[in-house]
Ligand binder design. Structure first.
Ligand code: PHE
Ligand code: ZN
Length: 881
């Protein structure tokens, strides 16, 4: 269903006006039916600005009746169009009642009320962020209008035995005609985007939690019968998250029940609706037979994320959608800290930085670049981006680094205290963090307002006569669309200096009193600055940006020997990885430019990683990450005229060189890591990660090792190992791989989440032929165009994570994806728009690909009746530079 066509008008941050009308209470009565649901809404209105007509937002609904204070209005007494209902002459304090009809089963856009699964076996649910509520009832559908909700649901009992909405249950009963009802009152005023309801047949698991404030909370997870057995891990994670938020941030839960519902039909990861989170099954269901180790960690993270929104998002919400990062950036940071505290900090940090580089840096370098707080948008759905989420989280993290753990906590306490129950802005957050620490943080606004990735140049100089070390830092942010000139931003640079003996030196800046600190944070506030450390005997090795203290591109004049020293000995695990990654990038650059990497550099790198493999104490997950060369997209992101095939070849060359150099050690380590059972504790996960990394490398060094992969596959006790082995068999094009793939699909038939991994595995095979495989798989019986998980698993993985095949020189990859986007646009526009971002980098490619990509963009844009979502992405992608 795709009613509105053409781009929407642009909305500007500078045009923000407080609401002219506010809502005290809203009473919703919803008669649920998959084909025709009738929604009656009674709202009490308060006029905040005299003289402004009342105007409700609406979309895709059939208006049956409007009343004011009980009196039915004649059609001439209001104006109705595609997007709004305007009612002149409404007085302050009026009760406006609307009645509308909607059709959930036809709502494939998945905004508002829709059907998950089939009419016979499915259930009804809602998705309201950002502007879905207007698909349910006419309303002031903006995040700064907070109201108290009372919701009465009525539905056929046999089909929809469980009825849920936000807040406390407030009665239920039978209606006599096979239908029943249930009422919910939410004591917390909330914006409409946090509204939710669910109706269907579920199995449930229940647990309980007593908050630090003494509130006894029922915890319930609801899933369809075949999935309920895989909800236990999520429940454990939920309890961990609740305790953690109390201990680390002093935040307690505030209702008597917390519900989570799983669905297979969802466009995003999950949604933080007040007291009733809705989860994509992908981020909720997990057991070792049907979910990988990574899945288990993702469940932990997403459960935490949505739960933490209860404060950062729900209790304090966003004034408008320009402030989206206020809840998302902050909540991603809280989620990162949660996983870091309860699982592995180093691993989480490496994964976040890889994601930032791959998804956010490339977004920042192309036509879709935008500030963390954009100043305009046409379709808000297109701003749930890596920039808002990941870069937004990096800003919160930098503030955490600069204010320190306690200072940041004090600041957030003040923020929650000041703004509880209201809709806030980025300025409010900075003011609270600053006031609580007696600091002026206004310079940090530039991080929110300015797009583009700052480049940080670092140059060190040791003066043996004066026994000092001078570090000169200089920053520059390249232009982005619409923002030709950039200001300097505050960049926190965490530093350690290692002496000739390998020990971290005490750090004292010129003019300061002595201290014992061996690590400190410098803040570069201007375009450049020089920091002079005194009492530094010999030329040190500088470890900069420790823990990745700022989301910048670091350009450093360090020698290969210095990087190798850091990769071997830095006591910050992240920076060991960072140094090894920098070495690998230098090797890649040489292989790409000259065909061969420099032999000296190569041997430094491989010797350092070889020694690392022998370190018994090292976290195996860190070892695995250090052995994993950055992906092609990230390696290519500093190149111009990119030829993805050449990038792939250069990357493969250094990967193979590493594997060959370390073959014997990899084999020894592979064998030593044998047999850890199916435990999912961090240690067992880390061992599997390293073992599977060794296996892949071994098969790269010599295809005869595929016998190991065959045995690994046959002997796997969990999905992590099984999928890893299958991936290796595919990459070496083992003769038995097609049979194995078929067997795998047969074994997991009826498990959509596992089959999605099977789709992704084939879609990301780094071989141009993956394109043909994807084309074939589109006709597979387990693939449905209406299911976003299927689409992202197959087409998303192909277009966004398989550069070699997507960018095939014959243009078939582009054509395949563009055709799919056009087809999807008529089904779920949001999903089509997200896939279309794969064409965003077209200008950075070599002329042939550039022309082919441009042609597909033009072809899509020429299509009549495309959605506003897709129209917006295409228009921005094609806009003149
Ligand atoms: N707010 C959700 C989150 O926690 C994401 C989301 C956005 C979900 C829009 C659905 C629709 O990140
Ligand atoms: Zn979120």
């Amino acid at each position: 269903m795709n009613e509105t066509v053409g781009a929407k008008p642009t909305v500007f941050l500078r045009d923000y006006r407080p609401p002219a009308w506010c809502v005290g209470t809203i009473e919703l009565e919803i008669d649920l039916d998959a084909d025709a649901t009738v929604v009656t809404a009674r709202t009490t209105l308060q006029q905040a600005l005299p003289g402004v007509e009342l105007r409700f937002d609406l979309a895709a609904l059939e208006l049956l009746e409007v009343r004011i204070d009980g009196r039915v209005l004649a059609a001439a007494e209001y104006r109705l169009d595609e997007t709004s209902l305007a009612i002149p002459g409404v007085h302050d304090g009026a009760i406006v009642q609307t009645c509308v009809r909607i059709a959930p089963a036809r709502n494939s856009a998945m905004q508002g009320l829709y059907l998950s699964g089939t009419r016979e076996h499915g259930f009804l649910l809602t998705q309201c962020e950002a502007e879905g509520f207007r698909h349910i009832t006419p309303f002031l559908d903006r995040s700064d209008v907070l109201a108290r909700y009372t919701v009465t649901l009525r539905a056929e009992r046999a089909r929809y035995p469980l009825l849920l909405a936000n807040g406390d249950a407030d009665g239920a009963g039978d209606l006599g005609d096979g239908r029943h009802w249930a009422r919910f009152v939410d004591p917390h005023p909330k914006p409409s985007y946090l509204f939710a309801l669910v109706a269907g047949r579920f199995e449930s698991i229940e647990d309980h939690f007593v908050t630090a404030e003494g509130r006894a909370v029922r915890l319930l997870i609801h899933a369809e019968a075949d999935a309920i057995g895989r909800c236990g891990w999520a429940m454990q994670c939920l309890k961990l998250a609740m305790r953690w938020d109390e201990q680390r941030f002093g935040r307690c839960y505030d209702l008597d029940a917390f519900h989570i519902v799983a669905t297979h039909d969802f466009t995003m990861g999950a949604m933080e609706n007040k007291g009733l989170n809705i989860f994509n099954a992908k981020y909720l269901l997990a057991d070792p037979a049907s979910a990988t180790d990574d899945d288990h960690r993702h469940v932990l993270a997403v459960i935490g994320h949505e739960y933490f929104h209860n404060w950062s998002g729900n209790r304090v919400t966003c004034r408008d959608w320009f402030q989206l990062c206020l809840k998302e950036g902050l909540t991603v940071y809280r989620e990162q800290e949660f996983e870091s505290d309860v699982a592995s900090r180093t691993l989480r940090r490496i994964e976040d930085v890889r994601l930032l580089w791959r998804a956010q840096f490339s977004e920042d370098a192309g036509p879709l670049a935008h500030p963390v707080r954009p100043d305009r948008y046409s379709e808000i759905n297109n701003f749930y981006t890596a920039t808002v989420y990941e870069k937004g989280a990096e800003i919160a993290r930098m503030l955490g680094v600069v204010l320190g753990r306690d200072g940041f906590r004090r600041g957030l306490d003040l923020y929650f205290e000041r703004h509880d129950g209201t809709a806030a802005t980025v300025e409010d957050l900075l003011a609270a963090l600053g006031d609580a620490n007696e600091r002026d943080l206004s310079a940090w606004l530039a991080w929110y307002a300015q797009a583009g990735t700052p480049v940080l140049h670092a140059r060190g100089h040791h003066d043996p006569r004066r026994r000092c070390y001078e570090l000169t830092l200089r920053q520059h942010t390249p232009a982005t669309p619409g923002q030709p000139y950039k200001q300097p931003v505050p960049i926190p640079v965490a530093v350690a200096l290692y002496g000739a003996d390998g020990a971290a030196q005490r750090l004292r800046l010129d003019g300061e009193a002595g201290s014992d600190a061996c690590e400190r944070v410098l803040v570069l506030g201007a375009e450049s600055a020089t920091f002079r450390f005194v009492d530094i005997e010999s030329s040190p090795v500088a470890s900069l940006l420790r823990g990745y203290s700022a989301p910048v591109r670091l350009v450093q004049d360090s020698t290969a020997e210095e990087l190798a020293a850091l990769a071997c000995h830095d006591d910050d695990g992240f920076n060991r990885w960072f140094a090894a990654d920098t070495l690998a990038r230098r090797l890649f650059a040489q292989a790409h430019a000259e065909g061969e990497p420099d032999a000296h550099l190569l041997s430094l790198w491989t010797r350092c990683l070889g020694a690392m493999l022998d370190e018994r104490e090292l976290d195996p997950a860190l070892a695995a990450e250090m052995l994993t060369v950055a992906d092609s997209a990230s390696l290519a992101d500093s190149l111009v005229d990119v030829d993805p095939e050449a990038v792939h070849q250069a990357r493969a060359r250094i990967e193979t060189a590493l594997a060959s150099a370390l073959e014997a050690r990899l084999l020894a380590r592979y064998r030593a890591l044998h047999g850890d059972g199916g435990s999912i504790d961090s240690r067992a996960q880390a061992r599997r990660r390293l073992r599977n990394t060794c296996l892949a490398a071994l098969c790269r060094a010599d295809v005869r090792h595929r016998v190991l992969a065959q045995a690994h596959y046959a002997g796997a006790h969990n999905l992590t190992d099984r999928l890893a082995a299958l991936g290796v068999l595919l990459s070496v094009r083992d003769a038995g791989v097609d049979a194995a793939l078929e067997g795998f699909a047969r074994h997991h038939a009826g498990e959509p989440l596992v089959l999605d991994k099977w789709f992704s595995l084939q879609a990301t095979e780094a071989d141009p032929r993956a394109c043909d495989r994807v084309a074939t798989l589109l006709a597979h019986r387990a693939f449905r165009w209406t299911n976003p998980n299927n689409v992202f698993a197959l087409l998303g993985a192909f277009a966004l994570r398989n550069p070699r095949a997507f960018h095939r020189a014959d243009g078939n990859g582009y054509r395949l994806v563009a055709d799919a986007i056009l087809k999807l646009d008529a089904i779920t526009p949001q999903v089509a728009a997200r896939l279309a971002t794969a064409f965003g980098a077209w200008r950075r490619h070599e002329p042939l690909r550039r022309a082919l990509m441009h042609r597909e963009l033009d072809r899509m844009r020429a299509r009549e009746r495309i959605s506003p979502d897709l129209a917006d992405i295409l228009a921005r992608s094609l806009a003149a530079e």
